[in-house]
Ligand binder design. Structure first.
Ligand code: ARG
Length: 458
């Protein structure tokens, strides 16, 4: 058996089951890039501070570069005996360069090392999500540009409410995702802070210079308290929350795509590349991609709950429980990244059945509010106007037609204030166009949103 790096005081071998139970290398090897970058920065700083010689630092840096290459070429031998990514890399370094490699861990503990690696890893993921978010927003904006004048029924309670522009509807999602982007930028500020120098928990006796390490690694600053630095996992939790919220927003959009694809709605044509068929029913084209994405939200919520529960009772400072922080995040990362990339692709190929939307628009008395406002314009108090309009809706429903199809005589039977000019008011297009105020569904207000988002994207 190979000697453990911490094995000095041990007389017995680790039980085989314990070795398997406690290892993390099978998944924390994902952090190899961050581990190597952190170790290189640490070694250079140790030399600057004259804790190790420049020769030793140089040989550590080239040794670590060689290891990086081995890992990326797939020739690196990961060993469970070495527990985690940190000890796997460090032991290989000593194998490659001898004593200099054994000096790397001076003034450092795996506790501040793993915190550093994971902070960089989470921050790198956050930044990737941000790029992908922009990709989805760009597709939503592109579709919106095509559909400023396409109308569909806007709903509340999933019931027809008022006509809206399809662009407006799609841009609602763009703004959600834009806020997610900002939320992630905020998470990044706290994640990308350097804990190196906290050592095991109490700081170190060596004259380290954490600020220079932070700078080399492109981090925003350094830790304030060594005990907090090795035991805080807030940065993982808030990033998983922000990722879960991204998934929530995608899920709402997916929910709409699923029912829009149902022929009873028939608003969209699902792109073949983003749909699947049925093994028995030849006519089927199923929105499985949207369903799976909606389903995967459960993983990200679960991951968040998992880690919240793991850390809730932890005393100061580092506790091994915290090793359980990686898998939930890695799974969330995979889910969020893949979902955003696929959503961008699906949106870019999505086509809308605008004729069908127009047909449906006429079926839900979506212009009833317009009639009420028209009566208010003729000095009828709104509550009364609401009542009169309700009677007009009931009449139209009896006659099996839309409000705009009622004759003037029919209107007059409800209120003699209604005259010929009502028809212009009842037009769906005009109803949308009249909502000119900032953030409304009128075409100019929608174009203003598009301009603002395009600005933000560039
Ligand atoms: N694999 C460990 C983790 O992920 C690294 C830190 C271990 N530190 C320790 N003192 N056992 O948390």
């Amino acid at each position: 058996a190979e000697k453990k790096m911490w094995g000095g005081r041990f007389r017995q071998k680790t039980a085989a089951l314990v070795e398997e139970y406690t290892e993390s290398v099978s998944y924390d090897k994902n952090l190899y890039k961050q581990d190597i970058a952190g170790s290189k920065a640490h070694a250079r700083m140790l030399a600057r501070q004259q804790v190790i010689t420049q020769e030793d630092a140089d040989s550590i840096v080239s040794g670590l570069d060689a290891i990086l290459k081995e890992i990326e070429d797939g020739t690196f031998q990961w060993k469970t005996e070495y527990e985690d990514v940190h000890m796997n890399i460090e032991s290989r370094l000593s194998e490659l360069i001898g004593d200099a490699g054994k000096r790397l861990h001076t003034g450092r503990s795996r506790n501040d090392q793993v915190a550093l690696d994971f902070r960089l890893y989470v921050s790198d993921s956050i930044r990737e999500w941000q790029e992908l978010l922009k990709g989805v927003v760009a597709e939503l904006v592109k579709q919106a540009e095509e559909h400023v004048d396409t109308l569909l029924p806007g709903c509340t309670h999933m019931q027809p409410a008022q006509p809206v522009s399809l662009a407006h509807h799609l841009l609602a999602y763009a703004w959600m995702l834009q806020r997610d982007f900002d939320r992630l930028a905020d998470c990044d500020k706290r994640a990308r802070v350097c804990p190196l120098g906290a050592a095991a928990l109490a700081g170190t006796t060596y004259p380290l210079d954490p600020a220079s390490v932070a700078e080399e690694l492109g981090m925003y600053g350094t830790f304030k308290n060594s005990m907090d630095a090795v035991s805080d996992r807030d940065f993982v939790l808030e990033s998983m929350f922000a990722g879960s919220l991204v998934m929530t927003h995608l899920s709402r959009l997916n929910e709409e795509l699923v029912y829009w694809a149902n022929p009873n709605f028939g608003y969209i044509y699902l792109p073949d590349a983003y749909a699947t068929g049925s093994s028995i029913m030849p006519q089927k084209k199923n929105p499985d991609v949207s369903e799976i994405m909606r389903g995967k939200v459960g993983r990200t919520y679960g991951a968040l709950m998992n880690l919240l529960t793991t850390v809730k009772g932890l005393p100061m400072t580092y506790n091994r429980d915290m090793q359980e922080d990686k898998e939930p995040f890695i799974d969330t990362d995979k889910t969020v990244s893949a979902s955003l990339a696929i959503m961008a692709g699906m949106l870019s190929e999505l086509r809308f059945n605008t004729a069908r939307m127009e047909e449906v628009l006429k079926q839900g008395f979506l212009n009833a509010t317009e009639l009420a406002d028209y009566l208010v314009g003729k000095d009828v108090p709104f509550r009364e106007a609401h009542h009169i309009t309700g009677a007009a809706v009931a009449l139209a429903e009896d006659k099996n037609k839309g409000l705009e199809d009622l004759t003037i005589d029919e209107f007059t039977s409800v209120s003699d204030l209604i005259t010929d000019d009502v028809y212009e008011v009842l037009s769906y297009k005009n109803a949308v166009a009249r909502r000119k105020t900032q953030g409304g569904t009128g075409p100019d207000a929608v174009r203003a949103q598009i301009a603002e988002l395009n600005d933000w994207l560039s």
